[in-house]
Design a protein around this ligand. Structure first.
Ligand SMILES: Nc1ncnc2c1ncn2[C@@H]1O[C@H](COP(=O)(O)OP(=O)(O)OP(=O)(O)O)[C@@H](O)[C@H]1O
Ligand SMILES: [Mg+2]
Length: 257
C-alpha cells in the first residue's frame, strides 16, 4: 500500500469473497451525541482484526451495534451474507457472533460451571443437548484450569482465570465470530502475552474469526491480520498489521508509539 492510501481511510468496506462481517457506513447516536460516524469495517473468515482507539473513541459502542445492543441510525451490518442490522441480541448470537464484554461481566456469585452454561442460553434445548459435552471438553482442553475449578465461585478466580472463563463462556455457543472488548485490561504484561497467544490459537484451531477491540495497540497488532484505528467515532486508519508494524510513521501518528 502507498503512503497516501495508508493515511486516507477508504469509505468502502474492505470486500473479499470470504467476508464474514461487513459493517457499511454505520452511524450511531446516544441521544443527540454521535458516537459512530460512517464506520466501514470488514472481518474476513479466519482473520483476526484489531480495532484500536483511546478512551471514548467509540470502541465499545461499535461492538454494541454488532451484537444488537445498540440500534444504528444509518448504515448496514451483514454477517455471513445476511443482514443483522435490526436483529435482537439473542438472534445474533444464534447466527454465530459471541462476545467477551468490557470488564468480562461474569456472574461473580455463580460457579464456573454455571457461568459456562450461560454461554449456551441462546441455543435451543436440542442444540444445547447435542453440543454441550463436546463443547465443554474442547474448552477444558484449551483452559484446563477451568475444569479443575468447576464448582468454585467465579469471583474468587484470579484475573487471568476470570478472563479464561469469559472466553470459555463465549466459545460455548460455537461462534464463527468472537468479539472481545479490551480483554487485556487489568492483566499483567505476562498474562496479556499469554492471552493474545491463546486468541491466536483459538482462531487457528477452531476456525473462529476474531474482532479484537484494544487500547493496548502493541499487543493487539502482534496477533492481528488487519488493523483499524477509531478516533472520535471515525475510522482514521485501516491497514494490514504487517504494514502498521513496519511503519514508524503510522505508529507515531496513530498509536502514540
Ligand atoms: N450509554 C451512553 N449514553 C451516552 N453516551 C454514551 C453512552 N455510552 C457511551 N457514550 C459516549 O460515547 C462515546 C464512545 O464511548 P465508548 O464507550 O464506545 O468508548 P470506548 O472507545 O469504548 O472507550 P473506553 O476505552 O474508555 O472503553 C463516549 O463519548 C461516551 O461518553
Ligand atoms: Mg470501551
Amino acid at each position: 500500500m502507498t503512503d497516501s492510501q495508508e493515511s486516507e481511510p477508504k469509505k468502502v468496506a474492505r470486500q473479499s469473497g470470504k467476508s464474514l462481517l461487513v459493517v457499511e457506513d454505520v452511524s450511531a447516536f446516544y441521544g443527540d451525541a454521535q458516537a459512530l460516524k460512517n464506520v466501514c469495517l470488514t472481518v474476513n473468515s479466519n482473520e483476526i482484526v484489531a480495532v484500536l482507539g483511546s478512551n471514548g473513541a467509540g470502541k465499545t459502542t461499535l461492538l454494541k451495534t454488532l451484537t444488537g445492543l445498540l440500534g444504528i441510525r444509518s448504515g448496514k451490518i451483514t454477517f455471513n451474507n445476511e443482514s443483522i442490522t435490526d436483529m435482537p441480541p439473542d438472534k445474533i448470537i444464534r447466527k454465530g457472533v459471541a462476545s467477551v464484554p468490557e470488564g468480562r461481566q461474569l456472574f461473580g456469585t455463580m460457579s464456573v460451571s454455571d457461568n459456562l452454561l450461560l454461554g449456551t442460553y441462546s441455543l435451543t434445548k436440542s442444540e444445547r443437548k447435542d453440543m454441550l459435552e463436546a463443547r465443554s471438553e474442547m474448552i477444558f482442553k484449551l483452559f484446563p484450569v477451568l475444569k479443575s475449578r468447576l464448582q468454585q465461585q467465579s469471583e474468587t478466580l484470579s484475573g487471568g482465570e476470570q478472563q479464561m472463563l469469559a472466553l470459555g463462556r463465549a466459545l460455548m455457543s460455537k461462534p464463527r465470530l468472537l468479539t472481545l472488548d479490551e480483554p487485556s485490561l487489568g492483566l499483567s504484561p505476562l498474562l496479556v502475552k499469554e492471552m493474545m497467544k491463546m486468541l491466536k490459537l483459538i482462531s487457528r484451531e477452531l476456525g473462529v474469526s476474531i474482532l479484537l477491540v484494544e487500547q493496548n495497540a502493541r499487543a493487539a497488532i502482534k496477533i492481528a491480520d488487519y488493523v483499524y484505528v477509531l478516533e472520535r467515532g471515525e475510522i482514521t486508519l485501516r491497514n494490514t498489521a504487517e504494514e502498521v508494524m513496519a511503519s514508524e510513521r503510522i505508529q507515531s501518528a496513530y498509536l502514540g508509539a
